[in-house]
Write a protein that binds this ligand. Sequence first.
Ligand SMILES: Nc1ncnc2c1ncn2[C@@H]1O[C@H](COP(=O)(O)OP(=O)(O)OP(=O)(O)O)[C@@H](O)[C@H]1O
Ligand SMILES: [Mg+2]
Length: 216
Amino acid sequence: MERYPGLFVVFEGLDGSGSTTQVKLLSGYLKERGYLVLETKEPTNNLIGGLIRGQLTHEWKTGQECLQLLFAADRAHHLEKEIIPAIKKGYIVISDRYMFSSMAFGGIDLDMEWIKKINERFILPDITFLLRVSPQVCLERIGKNRFGFQLFEEKEKLEKTWMNYQKIKKEFPNVFEIDGEQEIERVHGDIVNVMDEFLKKDKKRISKTLSWYFED
Ligand SMILES: Nc1ncnc2c1ncn2[C@@H]1O[C@H](COP(=O)(O)OP(=O)(O)OP(=O)(O)O)[C@@H](O)[C@H]1O
Ligand SMILES: [Mg+2]
């Protein structure tokens, strides 16, 4: 596979696992150390991302296959217009969710192999941080700590999603599971430890990134 001079870092986890919080903290940490950082997310804020959000907020309704194809189309556009150009310029791109979200969440109702297939042309992240937070804690964090059947159903869905993430972790390289139930700063500390190790190992690539930065 073609190697780009920058790095591609992705955060994954259940809803409410703290990915947005940790993307911001890691981005700040790296910027302070002189790295060029692009924070981004999926679904994107572009047109196709808007279609996906409309579906998630029940503004319109489509089937699971259509939804997964929209996620893949949004991703193709995201890669072409934002992620790959930034990586080529030496940026560390940090995305709040990417293709493993499609596989883990979409894999509840659809064959995960099909989701993998429609995503197989896309680059893999250099590092994925998978935040481990139990469905119960996730639901509490996002304010869904009520009782009843709906909650039970939601919890069961999150449990299945987490099992899918476990499969993904075994199958794909450089997926680092982080205990996301610790205090925010401790979670950040664990992430930074992995990130620093990775940057040390990849010194040649990163020093190239920095030299590009200073030549600009
Ligand atoms: N380690 C933590 N301990 C306790 N609360 C946390 C922790 N990390 C995040 N939170 C809180 O949990 C809530 C969800 O966090 P955040 O928005 O970062 O999660 P998310 O994974 O991005 O959620 P979503 O899937 O909804 O986008 C926020 O109120 C946040 O302040
Ligand atoms: Mg978020």
